[in-house]
Design a binder for this molecule. Sequence first.
Ligand code: ZN
Length: 245
Amino acid sequence: MVTAADGADKAAGRAALVLFSGGQDSATCLAWALARYDRVETLAFDYRQRHRVELDCRHAVRQALGARGASWGDWADRLGEDHLIDLSNLAAISDTALTREAEIRMTDAGLPSTFVPGRNLLFFVYAAAIAYRRGIRNIVGGMCETDYSGYPDCRDDTIKALQAAVSLGLDRRMTLHTPLMWRDKAATWRLAEELGGKSFVELVRVETHSCYLGDRATLHPWGYGCSQCPACELRRKGWREYAAG
Ligand code: ZN
């Protein structure tokens, strides 16, 4: 016998919540989810990041993906609600080059000064709370430890521990998906092409934002950015490898 609870379980399994900041990685994760789940909602955080321009980019990407008749098929029908959470207190408690005007450099801890301690931990706890309320059991994030800045909260072990913690704390099994964890940036561009073809790659190239300084003055072959900060460096290097085939 199929009960109402079974039905709700099934629906929860067919829905996903994507941490969608407006950057290259999270846009690719959004496409990954749209290719797999019947209903996909998006979530972003305003933590007074210097590159808040990324929050504007999310609207452009969502709008393009939500347009019916685009080359990515039925994704428009699957794209659900958007959530924006104000986490301005994160900037107040952290003193980093990502949340205030400061030089981006390597710290004594061997991490870039853009590291915001606890950021992804908080993001997933908020995401799990929203997913719980929305009847969603899949949470998707663009964390990666293959070609990254060394942030410890992007590592696979951290995400696995968080999955256990939020599932126990909510008494509901939550699955945290990180499709980019073992992909380098070139592979992420290739994944974008596999999922949505060249037109989706072009959308990611032009409409997403990675640069820590929020620079959208110049369109480079790999997208907008200052081309100097660690995020631009990674994006440019990945694009070059991808474009070289
Ligand atoms: Zn930059």
